[in-house]
Design a protein around this ligand. Sequence first.
Ligand SMILES: NC(=O)CC[C@H](N)C(=O)O
Length: 395
Amino acid sequence: MTAPAPTTTRQPRAARRERVPAVLVLEDGRTFRGQAYGAIGVTFGEAVFNTGMSGYQETLTDPSYHRQVVVMTAPQIGNTGVNDEDPESTRIWVAGYVVRDPSRIPSNWRSRRSLDEELSTQGVVGISGIDTRALTRHLRERGAMRVGIFSGPELAEPAELLERVLQAPEMKGADLCAEVATTEPYVVPAVGTKRFTVAALDLGIKAMTPQRMAERGIEVHVLPANSSVEDLYAVGPDGVFFSNGPGDPATADHQVTVLREVLGRGTPFFGICFGNQILGRALGFGTYKLKYGHRGINQPVQDRTTGKVEVTAHNHGFAVEAPLDRVSDTPFGRAEVSHVCLNDDVVEGLQCLDTPAFSVQYHPEAAAGPHDAAYLFDRFVDLMAAHPARTTAGS
Ligand SMILES: NC(=O)CC[C@H](N)C(=O)O
């Protein structure tokens, strides 16, 4: 008896998906053709590249990537699937996702579903099967720029797609933190004995940040991006923290005003990424857009206060303009550049010398990334210990 001929015509999901054509169109007209990955449809954003070899879930869910189409330089993405533990927020924030070779069979003991499925469920349009090295080199040479990804059976001509890309908003001048931040305050309790209370302004905060503080005995009150000085001091803080977040720091006027008040009161302050840019502005420095930014988990940074070099996680497209070679006089006393990127001399940290305030442009919470910079959370704890809060709130 012969075995019946196979009758199944359904193919595995990944194989079926490969047949859906997709095209990526950059604002300078360069076009890449590939296959749909994740949701099928149309999306626009700023094309940026991330060089991390791991941590795609943390990247996708980092609110600082709001309105950005992320190109992964690591060729294989999705190998460990998607788990429920690693997200840095409640959803994927990237505007689009670009990968070379998506994993067909995810394998990991924590994996719950495939990345392709997760992107589809969350409506995130992606493209796969394109030469991500060529695309990254193009972005390095020409700079980060607007992009569109289009997928589906009936694709328009590239010229028509380019017209639509050119109508999309630019990242320069984009005011985005209120679009990603919490609208309601919430508390992350201290782990173990509570030592300090911190008011953390959420500009797009990653979940690991309050966690790293909580592990050090800090009760973290996470507050909406548009909170007032009174809102911050209502929690009786020993210190104030400003988080990472999307968009152009030149638009963060409200947060700069609030921070100037905090600095004037002498409350210990720590800022990460967007928070560093806001400290820069509060001190009177400018910010500017980098050509293609820093996004990855192996960026070398020197802590100039100790001379030590650390390998760090970055995600920034803007930077602070401050002199590297001297101490600056600011409205809040003397300040200096405490950290610098060894690849390109970009300012990676600021330290006030007469006010208890400091910040870094990169990610000591290291989600994902190496833990070399975890000492910065200890520095914040030490700063609060050395500058105890005055007893009356707001005094
Ligand atoms: N991760 C961040 O906080 C990024 C800050 C800012 N949006 C930038 O791109 O530079």
